[in-house]
Design a binder for this molecule. Structure first.
Ligand SMILES: [Zn+2]
Length: 180
């Protein structure tokens, strides 16, 4: 998928897991600030891991990205579109969180959004920047295999791919607004 749906989905998952988990701890009657703090950080770790893994699920859903149009990612037009799309995604995310009074929640969304892009950063951005050797390292070689094993970037019609991405962004924005 392109970067905006990843940012919104992983940001939403992170903020909802951490806030939801913390709420459940309080509901369960935990009052000790030590355990509340510990629980908060544990939920942060769970949310972070989930935000990273969600990347694979979204890539599995029918979507479009430069490969859909058989565009080599290094062509100037593809790079320009990807940079604009990435900046536009950050701008949209800022629109959604900008009225929040809680820096903690804004940070959760920002960290979740970043972690949602981690797979692409290590498997696409870093090799594309010229560090192709990274794919020879055991872990990243396997990451690459898994990343593209269930990658659906050629939908039956591009419009279906665009729709799934817009729905993902909309749903993510809705969930973030509930918590932020
Ligand atoms: Zn990906």
């Amino acid at each position: 998928m392109t970067t905006a749906p990843h940012k919104f989905a992983s940001g939403a998952l992170m903020i909802s897991l951490v806030n939801g988990g913390f709420f459940l701890l309080k509901l369960a009657g935990v009052t000790s600030s030590f355990f509340l703090n510990l629980g908060y950080w544990i939920f942060c770790i769970i949310g972070g891991v989930a935000a990273i893994l969600l990347h694979f699920v979204l890539d599995w859903i029918s979507h479009i990205d430069p490969r859909t149009f058989r565009c080599t990612r290094k062509s100037l037009i593809a790079v320009t579109i990807m940079v604009i799309e990435c900046m536009f995604g950050v701008f949209l995310l800022w629109l959604v969180v900008r009225n929040s009074q809680s820096w903690e929640n804004i940070s959760l969304v920002a960290v979740g959004a970043f972690l949602g892009l981690l797979v692409d950063i290590f498997d696409e951005l870093i090799p594309d920047l010229g560090f192709r050797g990274i794919r020879k390292v055991f872990f990243f070689r396997h990451l690459h295999k898994i990343h593209y094993k269930y990658h659906t970037d050629v939908p039956k019609r591009p419009i279906y791919g665009i729709m799934t991405q817009l729905v993902t962004i909309g749903l993510g924005a809705f969930i973030i607004m509930l918590f932020v």
